[in-house]
Design a protein around this ligand. Structure first.
Ligand SMILES: Cc1cc2nc3c(=O)[nH]c(=O)nc-3n(C[C@H](O)[C@H](O)[C@H](O)COP(=O)(O)OP(=O)(O)OC[C@H]3O[C@@H](n4cnc5c(N)ncnc54)[C@H](O)[C@@H]3O)c2cc1C
Length: 680
């Protein structure tokens, strides 16, 4: 790249950065921007009602029912200041009320209608995120493990008690020494053929089950993940069959006393989610009947023989963990819900708030500043992008649950890992941006960013650490890449690699690399090609690097040497899938005015991402300097256009004031409501 080309990009970046630091009064007044842009197009009109109708999931009714129920019950609303212990009790009461008073029974949907279950979870999380997670522990984790890893006998015995909350339970996988590395778990379940029981043991303190939701106070039973140890008649005396799941009672059903051999401690105050009672469990020779092995993927007979339809420990382990992807789908979906709330608060307030203005003229709304648009408009576009991506994920997950199709299982596994990590990482950062975008008032707890940020932060870690999950996406891509060259098939989400790989192998076209017209840059084909090109290139190059390094470093060392490259690949792929789904959603939108609004945010999402990674495109001359500049200018202009319809776009999320709850974001008399809250 020529030096002057590089400096042009750097200058553009500098201007972009500087514009957020210099006094707003010195920047170009908003009306000038309007004039500058008016020659390009008229102001877009978005039919908000048609857009919200299109966005509305088929389970919107049950979400409204949840919100209305808790809105009518001040005794079930979480106050701003509450102790850990009171919060835990309140969350428990919130959950009992959902099931026993509002008559909503989420458990039956876990298997039969997952889309409805995820919709309930999002709505419940909107009441209090601790409540959402408490519900998730009970139904997706504890309940899900029983119905997905167990067989009919377990379903018959436990379903009703889990559903009606008589059997409050835990999902006890993580240990003090092992979280992400589940295969390294140390808790043991040794079969005793004389009594026909398993003996559950914590062999050392590193194997204490840690962070277990529902364990500190409310849980009566737990699905405990432990190594299955069988006696053998050889010299070794025992055989380790790998990690399996067992139902272990931890407290007495009637007295709620901790059972003999079980020791429970409280994990204590957390950074957020203090309504969830996370605890630690230690087992000393706790005996459970053989029937308590969740035996869908592996069983032990009365005489101690092991049987399984799956041939290896690795396959059984994969199948066991594969059944747990529902939790990741729930987190990705709920994270978009948090992002919607947060972006809505920040944007509604930014429309209301006025600071500075041209001399002798009224002050302007802070959303008229280019810097504020830069902070919030790509975020609004991303929220729409993630909405459609997670709707797609839920559809695929539901289909997978019905069909058990092998390819779909693999596809959903990688997609849920990728979307969970990509979206939760984005939302975690966005929450800080929103706080800062609302200035001092964003720091008041009542305006919610602090609470949302603290509660949501751990979404990046539980149900699989994001960095670890992205590696699963990269590994999956590499596997498919290898299969492609061996003539294998590619599943729907990955099929683009077939076409783009051949175009990658050709040099970028020097003519199209210079095209800079708005029509071209807003053409979905250009955008998708650019995303796909980047992913294909990353895939091809990392595959070569891994091959090279594995000769000297071995597989593990080579993987680590290329780790950042692999993570970039995974993120690039997920961004590509998100864009493809967004483009499809725009195309399918029946109302022309709503479609135009969606097309605008879709273009902003695509161009903002390309600009963020412009160095990569420039390095290989996929984009010439003039085109890079045009992309930057257009992304800024689109942010400005989105600002003009920002109200309609956030209104289409249909988040009423009793859901957003931040006084600064109320749709009427926000300042008055805010002053009232502090006592005026
Ligand atoms: C509030 C809360 C609730 C929870 N609830 C439950 C529950 O109900 N049941 C349950 O079983 N567990 C639960 N957990 C545990 C949770 O699932 C684990 O914390 C999570 O799986 C991450 O494991 P870890 O904490 O051991 O992190 P680690 O694996 O130790 O990760 C620490 C850091 O190391 C990095 N790292 C680790 N491995 C790699 C690698 N291969 N490559 C690159 N980087 C790596 C990670 O990216 C991370 O930055 C909960 C945790 C919390 C905090």
């Amino acid at each position: 790249m020529a030096l002057e080309e590089l400096s042009e990009i750097a200058a553009a970046r500098r201007i972009q950065r500087l514009s957020s630091h210099i006094s707003p009064a010195l920047t170009e007044p908003p009306q000038l921007q309007t004039e500058a842009c008016s020659s390009r197009s008229r102001k877009l009109v978005v039919n908000g009602q048609a857009l919200s109708l299109y966005m509305k999931g088929k389970h919107r009714d049950i979400q409204e029912k949840v919100h209305e129920f808790y809105n009518s019950r001040p005794d079930l609303q979480t106050p701003l200041e509450i102790s850990k212990d009171d919060h835990r009790e309140l969350c428990m009461r919130q959950l009992y009320a959902l099931v026993r008073e509002a008559g909503i029974r989420p458990f039956r949907y876990v298997a039969d209608d997952p889309a409805k279950y995820f919709a309930i979870m999002e709505a419940v999380g909107g009441v209090d995120m601790s409540f959402g997670i408490k519900m998730g522990v009970q139904y997706s984790l504890w309940g899900g493990s029983v119905i997905n890893l167990g067989t009919k006998k377990h379903r018959d015995k436990y379903f009703d008690g889990i559903d009606n909350l008589d059997y409050l339970g835990c999902f006890a996988m993580t240990e003090l020494h092992h979280g992400s590395n589940v295969q390294g778990l140390q808790t043991t379940a040794t079969f005793d053929p004389i009594t026909d029981e398993f003996i559950i043991d914590t062999p050392h303190d590193g194997a204490i089950k840690w962070w277990i939701g529902n364990a500190a106070v409310h849980g009566k039973l737990a699905t405990v993940f432990a190594r299955l140890i069988l006696p053998t008649h050889d010299t070794k005396g025992v055989s380790d069959m790998g990690v399996h799941a067992f139902i272990v009672p931890i407290r007495d059903m009637k007295t709620h006393q901790t059972l003999p051999g079980v020791e429970i401690q409280d994990c204590g105050q957390k950074v957020g989610l203090n309504g969830v009672d996370n605890g630690a469990l230690r087992f000393r020779s706790v005996r459970i009947p053989r029937d308590n092995l969740l035996n869908r993927f592996g069983d032990v007979s009365r005489d101690g023989k092991y049987t399984s339809s799956l041939p290896t420990i690795n396959k059984r382990f994969g199948a066991t963990l594969g059944e747990l992807v529902g939790g990741r789908v729930a987190l990705a979906y709920s994270s978009v819900g948090v992002l919607k709330v947060s972006a809505t608060i920040a944007i509604r307030y930014s429309l209301l708030r006025q600071q500075f203005g041209p001399p002798k003229q009224p002050e302007v709304s802070i959303l008229d500043y280019q810097s504020q648009q830069h902070k919030l408009m790509p975020m609004l576009a991303s929220t729409y992008a993630y909405h459609f991506a997670t709707v797609y994920l839920v559809e695929k997950y539901s289909e997978m649950k019905k069909t058990n199709d092998e390819q779909l299982v693999a596809d959903v596994h990688a997609l849920s890992a990728g979307l969970k990590s990509y979206i939760t990482s984005y939302t975690a950062k966005a929450l800080s941006v929103c706080r800062e975008a609302c200035g001092g008032h964003g720091y008041a707890a009542v305006n919610r960013f602090g609470g949302l940020r603290n509660d949501h932060d751990i979404f990046q870690t539980f149900e699989g650490d994001n960095t670890v999950l992205l590696q699963q996406v990269a590994a999956d891509l590499l596997k498919r890449y290898k299969e492609k060259f061996q003539g294998g098939t590619l599943t729907v989400t990955w099929s683009y690699l077939r076409e783009s790989m051949s175009s990658y192998l050709a040099q970028p076209n020097p003519v199209t690399a210079r095209w800079e017209g708005e029509d071209h840059l807003r053409d979905p084909k250009f955008q998708l090609d650019a995303f796909r090109y980047r992913t294909s290139r990353l895939l091809q190059s990392v595959a070569m690097r891994l091959k090279k390094h594995s000769k000297t470093l071995g597989t593990f060392g080579a993987w680590n040497r290329c780790l950042n490259h692999l993570l970039t690949l995974a993120e690039s792929h997920i961004e590509t899938v998100i864009l493809a789904k967004f483009i499809e959603a725009v195309r399918k939108c029946p109302d022309p005015s709503a479609r135009a609004g969606l097309k605008l945010v879709c273009d902003l999402y695509a161009l903002d991402r390309i600009w963020n990674d412009i160095g990569t495109y420039r390095n290989v001359d996929y984009v010439a300097p003039n085109k890079a500049k045009a992309i930057h200018k257009l992304a800024e202009y689109l942010s400005f256009q989105v600002r003009n319809v920002a109200k309609e776009l956030v209104d289409a999320f249909e988040l009423p004031d009793h859901v957003t709850r931040a006084p600064i974001a109320m749709q009427a008399d926000a300042y008055a409501q805010y002053t009232q809250v502090v006592g005026f």
